[in-house]
Design a protein around this ligand. Structure first.
Ligand code: C5P
Length: 240
């Protein structure tokens, strides 16, 4: 490949890479997006930005041709979940998370109706261990509950799940080749782990079955976020 074509190929965003905009204001989020330029095409808007300008940023990103993942983990009565999901679908967003309870998931799938919005279930928060679940009244281990909820997500018509690197293979096996397996807790081996205790590299997460990886601070907190994103993209290019 000629050098110019190689450079172009190297600077193309990988749509399997999702960068979270974990910032308190729209200004900070816009600045991060501007620094990343064409290296990133898919952004996650979480609860921190939601509390200020989340939907405005989401609409701006969509108008700029980016993909948008609203990580809002909806959990409410079915009518409310259905109406909120319909509004989000109407804004043209791409991914939405809901908690992995059958009633909630079914309501979100109804609310999405024929829109392209993908509904992703959060099975069990990774902050919860077996002791926490016992305290909450669950008789099963975290692993068993994750498996049950993946099966329920599939039955409810969800498009995929959020899965830690350690659950990605299970989700892929249960969901089949088209199922979305979105994996946070990703750390390239050249970056700090921050508070991600059981991280996997981008390549490990993809090899385990992730369809998408969420990788934030190794990119957004880097001295050169654009270069860091391209480094992750080039690592991902080895796994198809
Ligand atoms: O900066 P970092 O890569 O740790 O960001 C990870 C993102 O994924 C954050 O927005 C975090 O809220 C989210 N997330 C996570 N672990 C989960 C679910 C979501 O880190 N189990």
């Amino acid at each position: 490949m000629a050098a110019a074509a190689l450079a172009r190929a190297e600077t193309r965003a990988d749509p399997r890479l999702i960068v979270p905009l974990d910032f308190p204001t729209a200004e900070a989020a816009r600045a991060a997006v501007a620094r990343l330029g064409q290296a990133v095409s898919f952004y996650k808007v979480g609860l921190e930005l939601f509390a200020t300008d989340g939907m405005a940023v989401a609409r701006e990103l969509k108008a700029a041709g980016r993909q948008v993942f609203l990580d809002w983990k909806l959990h409410d009565i079915p009518t409310t979940v259905q109406k909120a999901t319909a509004a989000i679908a109407g804004a043209g967003c791409d991914f939405l998370t809901v908690h992995g309870e059958p009633q909630v998931m079914a309501a979100a799938v109804r609310g999405r109706a024929g829109a392209p919005l993908k509904i992703l279930a959060v099975t069990v928060l990774t902050s919860l261990d077996d002791a926490d679940l016992k305290e909450m009244g669950y008789a099963e281990s975290a692993r068993a509950l994750v498996e049950r909820r993946i099966r329920q997500a599939i039955a409810a018509g969800c498009d995929g799940v959020i899965a830690s690197p350690h659950e990605a293979a299970l989700a892929r096996r249960l969901g089949g080749p088209e199922f979305l397996v979105v994996t946070p807790g990703v750390r390239p081996d050249w970056s700090a782990k921050n508070d991600q205790a059981r991280a996997a590299t981008p390549a490990e997460a993809l090899q385990a079955g992730a369809s998408h990886i969420v990788c934030g601070r190794p990119i957004t907190a880097a001295d050169d976020p654009h270069a860091a994103a391209l480094r992750v993209v080039s690592e991902m290019a080895r796994i198809r």
